[in-house]
Write a new protein. Structure first.
Length: 439
């Protein structure tokens, strides 16, 4: 089924050129759509907490608050990450989508190219309180340079290395690893007696991309050239992908079963003491939901190559992560949708929701709350400010996630089965992914 969904996504992407016509409903200038259903909205939320049930519990009282204030009822659907991009691509092609939706910020340019999303013109920004309320770097991940953004920032995030303090003490490890060599060395000490050093989500295509993108930067590589053409199978990219998969295949510090993980199971394993480390975005709320207490875990920057420290270029250690909020241009309640985005990005909701999810508010005023000065969030904010880089801002970014993310997933399957993951085999997988981008 996962293979079928990935293939469907690739087919759907080929329809993107006609998606704007399919969605219809008005021009980018007039805001599109109509207001034939002024008292209701549909909202696709992304899975931010430990599971979709927890997200419903977090969002339901806020949506009720919005209904009481405006009279507009919001029908909520929380969509797991492995399914979200394919659902959105199908909706842009068919014209049958929600009024408001969350999107991974890395998808902004791809979805913008469909013409299906409401452009955030100066007038639309004024309707939600103004563009200058948002951190500019977060706005920069909301669409292609030189165009009106396709979405507005909702939650800002970066990757960090989370580690189980008790497991580190038991293994005689006094500090988290700062380099990949150190991570492998401590990982071998931790991987014993049925426990493992590092968790991964080998079947989660987006997570795969996030990890190998960072390693590609650290190897001095790019997945697209300056003209926007894919360069997936260069020697440096092959080395980057192999380094990630080798954490299971060669170094044996990731459990083989993680090859099948795609729904945050690695966070459950971490909380249950089965794994000692995990590379994740803003994971604190999920750990608490799984029974951990503040102080059970530590947080440190994602490792960099030996001899380096987090920074730009080859010391990049995170992609610029975050969730944006978009409006479908053919919504039958554009005014209500704008009112809902205004509510969700208001100072009050930004503080409440980013507290709940352990993320950083992209709204400037909300960042002053003391809740965002914790050790966890300080590491995340510093990473965003100094050592994170945006994924390629190309219209084909979602295809890139599907093609290369699937290649990494298949390599993890090979590693879990004990099949050799050679440089030649990695290159073949990436070459195939690059060919898929050309078809």
């Amino acid at each position: 089924m996962r293979r079928t969904r990935a293939a469907a996504a690739a087919v759907t992407v080929s329809l993107l050129a006609t998606a704007a016509t399919a969605c219809g409903g008005g021009s980018a200038d007039d805001g599109g759509g109509s207001d034939t259903a002024p008292k209701e909205l549909t909202y696709w939320a992304s899975n931010q907490g430990p599971d979709v049930t927890a997200d419903r519990a977090t969002l339901a009282p806020e949506l009720k608050k919005f209904e009481e204030r405006t009279g507009i009822k919001v029908k909520l659907e929380v969509i797991p990450w492995p399914d979200l991009l394919n659902r959105i691509l199908a909706a842009t092609a068919s014209g049958q989508g929600p009024d408001v939706l969350n999107i991974g910020n890395t998808w902004s340019s791809s979805l913008q190219a469909t013409g299906a999303l409401l452009p955030w013109t100066a007038d639309n920004f004024r309707a939600i309180g103004g563009r200058d309320r948002f951190v500019e770097s977060a706005i920069g991940s909301a669409g292609a340079t030189g165009k009106d953004p396709a979405a507005v920032p909702l939650y800002s995030m970066s990757y960090a290395l989370y580690y189980n303090k008790e497991m580190f003490r038991e293994a005689g490890i006094d500090k988290p690893p700062a380099t990949w060599d150190e991570l492998v060395a401590v990982g071998r000490k931790l991987s014993k007696d049925g426990k493992w050093a590092l968790g991964a989500e080998g079947s989660n295509l987006s997570n795969n991309i996030h990890q190998v993108f960072v390693l590609s930067k650290q190897h001095g590589a790019e997945f697209f050239d300056t003209a926007g053409k894919p360069t997936f199978d260069t020697p440096a990219n092959v080395e980057a992908v192999k380094q990630y998969v080798d954490l299971m295949a060669k170094d044996e510090i990731i459990a083989p079963g993680n090859a099948e993980y795609d729904k945050n199971q690695s966070l459950q394993d971490f909380a249950n003491g089965k794994t000692a480390m995990v590379l994740w975005q803003n994971a604190a709320s999920s750990f608490k939901a799984h029974g951990m207490k503040e102080g059970d875990w530590g947080v440190a920057p994602v490792p960099v190559p030996a001899g380096g420290a987090p920074g730009a270029g080859k010391n990049t250690n995170s992609m610029v992560a975050g969730i944006n909020m978009a409006v479908f241009k053919n919504s039958d309640n554009i005014d209500g949708a704008l009112e809902f985005v205004k509510f969700m990005t208001g100072d009050e909701e930004q503080t409440l929701l980013n507290k709940a999810y352990g993320s950083v508010p992209p709204v400037k005023a909300a960042q002053s709350d003391p809740a965002f000065a914790t050790q966890d969030l300080t590491v995340l904010r510093d990473t965003l400010a100094t050592s994170a880089a945006p994924l390629p801002q190309v219209p084909e970014e979602s295809q890139f996630e599907t093609a290369v993310g699937t290649a990494v997933k298949e390599l993890f399957v090979d590693a879990a089965a004990g099949r050799p993951v050679t440089a030649e085999w990695v290159k073949a997988k990436l070459a195939k992914a690059q060919q898929q981008m050309s078809n």
